[in-house]
Structure formats: structure tokens, C-alpha cells
Design a protein around this ligand. Structure first.
Ligand code: GLU
Length: 292
């Protein structure tokens, strides 16, 4: 749960228009072009060949009776491992549980595995996880590698600085400014495009990047505002500055070609939206859901 003040800041800064999230289709192009190349070979191949139509991961999930989902363990509000109890908690974790309930009838039929921004696509490719629910922006580049669900959260990239910093907006990030970011995140290329002269230092995860900021190893940390607000809640000496300078629509990622699973996930998102479950999860972690 986060403070009222935080909610207000988020609403003002990010203009989350989430009420219509599940109706925003971002996958029609990526999905349509993704029928697996194996479908023609399958007719002449032995029975071990992947079934045509890309339904194998959904079939596996159903027969094993469990969804294996990659979530962040380092990102407060979305997926953070509680250092005391050891549970992993956040908006993405609750979304993952809600998907298990929709697809398998029980939110406990789930296994969470830790992913970072850098490891999430390789872990999906290696079949270590069925899907990624981990603050992942839908991009054209990533659509070449994975299938995405419809948008389930909208963020935008911002900056976190120590209170009193001379950096007030992205225009203040210049030559000599040390910017901290995380490997595998869209934030790295985005800040390099906005501030090509700045020095960007990349870390393996968000808690390491935040520790480096606290230790004075950089002037600012950049990633999605929603993630930065979580850090602000962890240490009030730090503050999010400036308007978001990118759009970061989050999608659930699945292995390329798994269009049956993609449909099941999108259907589930629509149901979570219409049942009010999505709004409940949103309110618990982020704040009031804006009206349509
Ligand atoms: N949403 C951005 C991304 O997908 C930044 C957050 C993250 O690193 O997961 O890259």
C-alpha cells in the first residue's frame, strides 16, 4: 500500500489511463505473423513435433496444472521479495496469481521465478518460464522475439535524484552527468537517445542501481516512473523529477508462436477487467483507477 500523496503524484505525472487497458490491442500485428514455421513440417514429422497452431505451452500448463511465471524480485510495487518473510509481492505478482486463477481455476497453481530485465527473454526462450509478468514494455523490437498480451499497465520513463539535485528534467542530463540504469531495460537506449553526451552506468538489477545512487556513484537513476516511485517509498531522500519522457506500455510476454496462450491471457485480462479484479489489484498497489 502506498500513500495518498504518492497516488496523487503518480496520477499527475503518469496520467495512467488504465481503465481501458484490456481493450487496447497491441498484439494484432505481432500475433498474426507468428504462426510457427514448424506447422508445415509437422504433417510429415514424427509425433514429437510441436502441434500446429502454437498451442503447446498452453497444453503443457494445463497438463502440469501449474503456471510458471517470471516476475521481478527487485522492484518494489511490482515484484519485490520481502526480506523478512521471503514472499514476493507486488502488482505484477498479483496479476500473475489472477491469471492462474483464470486459466487454471486456482491462484495457488503458480510457481514464481525471479527474472531481471536482462534474463527475462532468455529464460522464456529456454522454457524456464511460461510467461513474463515483469514491468516489461511492449516494443516493436521485442515483438520480433516474443508474443505480447494486450497492455495491462501504462508507465513512462523518468528520473530519480537526491532531493536538492540540480537535475530537474531530462534536459539537465548533460555531458558529465552520470546516469544509472539497468541492463536489458528500454531505459538505457531511451536515455542515450535523449542525452547522448551523458555517461550511462548499467547494473544487473534495480536494487543494485538504487544502492549505487544512494552511495553517490551517479547523479540520477532512470527507469519507468512507476518503478522510481517504489524507490521513493523506500527512501524519502530521493525524489522523482520532470515529466515522463517516453511511453512504456506493459505487456505480458510469451514465447514466440504461442498464440493459443496469448489468446488465453488476453481473454483472462478482459475478464479481470470486467469483474473488477484488475481495479482491486491496481488500487492495492498503485492507487485509485482513473475513470474511463
Ligand atoms: N519497462 C522497461 C523495460 O521493459 C523498464 C523496466 C524494466 O527494466 O523492466 O525495459
Amino acid at each position: 500500500m502506498i500513500s495518498k500523496k504518492w497516488n496523487f503524484v503518480v496520477m499527475m505525472a503518469a496520467v495512467f489511463a488504465l481503465a481501458g487497458c484490456a481493450s487496447t490491442s497491441t498484439t494484432s500485428t505481432g500475433g498474426a505473423s507468428s504462426s510457427p514455421a514448424s506447422s508445415t513440417a509437422a504433417s510429415s514429422a514424427p509425433s514429437t513435433a510441436k502441434p500446429a497452431g502454437g498451442s503447446s505451452v498452453l497444453d503443457e500448463i494445463k497438463s502440469r496444472g501449474k503456471l510458471v511465471i517470471g516476475v521481478k524480485y527487485d522492484t518494489k510495487l511490482f515484484g519485490l521479495k520481502n526480506p523478512t518473510g521471503g514472499e514476493v509481492e507486488g502488482f505484477d505478482v498479483d496479476m500473475a496469481k489472477a491469471l492462474a486463477k483464470e486459466i487454471l481455476g486456482d491462484e495457488k497453481k503458480i510457481e514464481l521465478k525471479e527474472v531481471t530485465s536482462k534474463t527475462r527473454i532468455p529464460m522464456l526462450d529456454n522454457k524456464e518460464i511460461d510467461m513474463i509478468v515483469a514491468t516489461m514494455t511492449i516494443t516493436e523490437e521485442r515483438k520480433k522475439q516474443v508474443e505480447f498480451s494486450d497492455v495491462y499497465f501504462k508507465a513512462g520513463q523518468s528520473l530519480l535524484v537526491k532531493k536538492g539535485s540540480s537535475i530537474k528534467t531530462v534536459a539537465d542530463v548533460k555531458k558529465g552527468t552520470k546516469v544509472l540504469a539497468v541492463k536489458g531495460a528500454t531505459s538505457v537506449a531511451n536515455i542515450k537517445a535523449k542525452a547522448p553526451e551523458a555517461t550511462v552506468l548499467e547494473f544487473d538489477n534495480y536494487q543494485d542501481a538504487f544502492s549505487a545512487l544512494k552511495a553517490g556513484q551517479g547523479d540520477t537513476l532512470t527507469t519507468d516512473n512507476a518503478i522510481l516511485y517504489g524507490m521513493m517509498a523506500q527512501d524519502p531522500n530521493f525524489v522523482v523529477v520532470g515529466e515522463p519522457f517516453t511511453d512504456e506500455p506493459y505487456g505480458i510476454a510469451m514465447k514466440k508462436g504461442e498464440t493459443a496462450l496469448q489468446t488465453a491471457v488476453n481473454d483472462s485480462l478482459k475478464k479481470l477487467q470486467s469483474s473488477g479484479e484488475y481495479a482491486k489489484i491496481y488500487k492495492k498497489w498503485i492507487g485509485e483507477t482513473p475513470s474511463k
